[in-house]
Design a protein around this ligand. Structure first.
Ligand SMILES: Nc1ncnc2c1ncn2[C@@H]1O[C@H](COP(=O)(O)OP(=O)(O)OP(=O)(O)O)[C@@H](O)[C@H]1O
Ligand SMILES: [Mg+2]
Length: 380
């Protein structure tokens, strides 16, 4: 179970302070000798865990050091205050267990091997001691492990901060929001089976005792084009496969769903299932997370009605008469309209006709209705 208390000594906090004796000692040691006596042996065995200690700094030496460490499952390496994390693409036994959290809790970055927990600890402790906001920036190419790293940090903070029923509720919301956001914003790409297709700025707010008492998630740049098209081997956002594959029988009947392969927007990439992703389980977890977060039953129904409507919008087809597109099956349009709560005739017109309006200065001018051809109607 996660540690309930987090004892930390003044000594272990010293290195966090900019002018602590230990910090100075460390820096002085570096200045006197570029390569400490033990570094030769250590370099051969497991590489250097802080690359500011490299005798000569060039791309080759850096890669060599990282490679030596990676071969030994040492995926974390420091460069001063910066942590390099290499994606092992497999679970490394014992790396993230609760006793490891307990070991890093209250320690300085210099006391223990590099770890994502050391970064989380350093930020959390600096916030508590210096009473200053902290920011952890995670960057890297697609599939580098940013999302997993962010989750580890949140898990660490949730474990080392205080308890109580209200706090536990907030922690559950913070941790539960993640899988939910991923189901609506992550997708399988050729590079990453769980690629985040949006940017996320996650703020956790703490009370004076260091317990989380709220948070804000700001999302930006969602890859909306993925909703209507995916290349071969990629998928739409996970939620489409969760819902079309694993909605309750009642929902499937209400929304006319037989499976993901039935919908053009969902099946375009020809990839219904992904190794390591259990869409059924994730759908169940998401419905649970929605309730935890406070999304009411009615709101959930509305959200999935929109998901169903998007699926059916993709199945709307047109026939062309005299260069003008016309909806082929009005029942599909009427069904989408009912799901979205708009009149069917209006939705049909939105597909088939573009309305243009001229303006004279600030005054409204004449309105033209331009019929669309097949391609334009499909795009609209
Ligand atoms: N520390 C880790 N240990 C084990 N496996 C990991 C670790 N970090 C990442 N992975 C694996 O790599 C996959 C990709 O990682 P992740 O989704 O975090 O990448 P990302 O940097 O967020 O990519 P994107 O920019 O595409 O969202 C994960 O689904 C997981 O399988
Ligand atoms: Mg990601």
């Amino acid at each position: 179970s996660p540690p309930s208390t987090c004892p930390f000594s003044l000594f272990s906090l010293l290195p966090l302070l900019p002018f602590s004796p230990l910090h100075l000692l460390f820096k002085m040691y570096q200045a006197q000798s570029n390569q400490p006596a033990w570094a030769g042996n250590k370099m051969r065995s497991e590489g250097l865990d802080d690359m500011t200690l490299l005798a000569s700094v060039n791309v080759e030496k850096i890669l060599e050091n990282l490679n030596v460490r990676f071969q030994r499952d040492l995926i974390y390496t420091n460069i001063g205050d910066v942590l390099i994390s290499m994606n092992p693409f497999q679970l490394i036994q014992g790396l993230y267990e609760d006793h490891v959290i307990a070991e890093y809790c209250g320690k300085s970055r210099l006391e223990l091997p590099p770890h994502i927990y050391a970064i989380a600890e350093s930020a959390y402790r600096s916030m508590m001691v210096d009473k200053e906001n902290q920011c952890i920036i995670i960057s890297g190419e697609s599939g580098a492990g940013k999302t997993e790293a962010a989750k580890k940090i949140m898990h660490y903070i949730a474990s080392v901060s205080g308890g109580g029923s209200e706090i536990e509720k907030i922690k559950a919301v913070i941790l539960g929001s993640n899988p939910l956001l991923e189901s609506f914003g992550n997708a399988k790409t050729l590079r990453n089976n769980n690629s985040s297709r949006f940017g996320k700025y996650f703020e956790i707010k703490f009370n004076q005792s260091g317990d989380p008492d709220g948070g804000t998630i700001t999302n930006y740049l969602l890859e909306k084009s993925r909703i209507v098209h995916q290349i071969q081997g990629e998928r739409n956002f996970h939620v489409f496969y969760q819902f079309t594959g694993y909605a309750s029988q009642a929902d499937k009947q209400a929304y006319g769903i037989q499976g993901p392969q039935q919908f053009k927007y969902v099946a375009a990439g020809n990839c219904m299932r992904v190794d390591g992703i259990d869409d059924g389980q994730e759908y169940a977890d998401n419905r649970q997370a929605m309730s935890t977060i406070g999304i009411t039953g009615q709101q959930q129904t509305d959200i999935f009605a929109i998901v169903a409507a998007i699926c059916w919008v993709g199945n709307t087809t047109f026939r062309e008469q005299g260069g003008h597109a016309q909806v082929q099956d009005q029942t599909v349009v009427d069904f989408v309209a009912s799901l979205l709560g708009v009149p069917g005739a209006q939705l049909k017109a939105a597909y088939e006709i573009r309305t243009m309006e001229t303006k004279r200065g600030a005054r409204r001018g004449t309105t033209y209705k331009v019929p669309l051809n097949n391609v334009q109607a499909s795009a609209s």
